[in-house]
Ligand binder design. Structure first.
Ligand code: MRU
Length: 349
């Protein structure tokens, strides 16, 4: 496999650089952000997206808000509040902001000067990014061990390096299985309405030289019925205590189809995606995005004037439809609560 040679987000000369995901696959354009307001906009407009990548970008955003300021503590706290209002479903955002708030709180206790605080915030953001990369590689190894030889895996949305840092969770499992010679092809769900599958996942697979076929979301059932899918591997935006999982809209439909065809469905996610404060998926806030994302295609209307449109960005897959949850700490099988509870807060091991 060719090594992936991109990062979704990085710090460069006092600015945040993002590989603008709205420009892919046509243009691999870095976009430089020099204010926390612009970063909030980049997250909301999905220049940077995917649960862990949003968390990493937000951590850099807090460091950016403090950079060059006389009162870095106040600016950093304001940035935490602003960034927490960007996207509600992926818990990694809130997890990451909490880590940055902890650094700010420590600076008060340890009487850090402004320069020390700025440095500590940037170091924490870099650490969150680095830990995600390490988690991705472990998730890849654990997940690949579940796949059969010659596996034809189906994935939805983009849970690749673009959604984390550079390797990915669900796509990390697929990349690792390919490296291990176990994977024969990937079915890539197009992922309406914003096409994260056909634009982003296909771009990553192309870069890695992994064979793939793009399908519209409504073709997955037919591929399964023909015996052409051996496993479904998806990412997650938030996993409740009982294993119910919020992920890109359409994941639930895939899970129902997979169960009907007796195909395993694996959820791959870092421990930072667990939200054990929530008992089940009923308590997960589902982001509803602009109707224009469904009713228009790149500025051209695809519905009659005045059509009602509903655009939930995520759905909940009940734990009962999930074969296993793969994290950097290992593989959890149902019932998930005990294993997830044991891992929570422990980091990778
Ligand atoms: O709306 P998006 O593109 O941010 O949604 C992304 C997903 O649903 C991913 O599957 C999830 O964040 C996992 S990314 C490793």
């Amino acid at each position: 496999m060719k090594e992936e040679n991109f990062r979704a987000v990085w710090w460069e000369g006092g600015k945040i650089a993002l590989l603008d995901q709205n420009q892919l696959p046509q243009r691999e354009t870095p976009s430089f952000v020099d204010s926390v307001e612009d970063l909030a906009d980049a997250i909301m407009t999905m220049k940077v997206r995917g649960a862990p990548a949003i968390g990493i970008a937000a951590a850099y955003g807090v460091a950016l808000a403090a950079w060059g300021k006389e009162d870095p503590q106040a600016s950093a706290l304001r940035a935490c509040d602003l960034l927490a209002r960007t996207r509600p479903t992926a818990v990694n955002l809130f997890w990451s902001l909490q880590r940055m708030r902890d650094v700010i709180a420590r600076s008060g206790r340890e009487d850090m000067g402004p320069e020390e605080l700025k440095k500590a915030l940037l170091e924490e953001a870099e650490m969150i990014a680095q830990e995600q990369d390490q988690a991705d590689r472990l998730i890849g190894k654990h997940g690949a061990s579940l796949l059969p030889a010659g596996c034809r895996a189906l994935t939805h949305c983009n849970a690749g390096g673009l959604a984390t840092l550079s390797f990915g969770t669900a796509l990390g499992v697929i990349k690792t299985a390919y490296q291990e010679g176990k994977l024969s092809k990937v079915w890539v769900d197009e992922t309406r309405p914003l096409l994260q599958g056909s634009r982003l996942t296909a771009w990553e697979l192309e870069k890695c030289g992994i064979p793939y076929t793009v399908i519209c979301d409504n073709m997955a059932g037919f591929a399964m019925s023909r015996g052409e899918v051996d496993a479904v591997v998806v990412g997650a935006d938030r996993i409740a205590r009982n294993g119910d999982t919020a992920n890109k809209i359409g994941t639930y439909s895939l899970a129902v189809l997979a169960r009907h065809h007796d195909i395993p469905l694996y959820v791959a996610a870092p421990l930072s995606t667990l939200d054990l404060s929530i008992a089940d998926g009923g308590d997960i806030v589902i982001e509803e995005r602009s109707p224009g994302e469904v009713g228009e295609y790149r500025g051209i209307k695809t519905v009659p004037e005045g059509a009602q449109v509903w655009n939930p960005a995520f759905d909940i897959t009940p734990a009962s439809l999930i074969t296993a949850i793969v994290t950097e700490a290992g593989v959890a099988y149902p019932p998930f609560a005990e294993e997830l509870g044991k891992w929570a807060g422990k980091g990778d091991e």
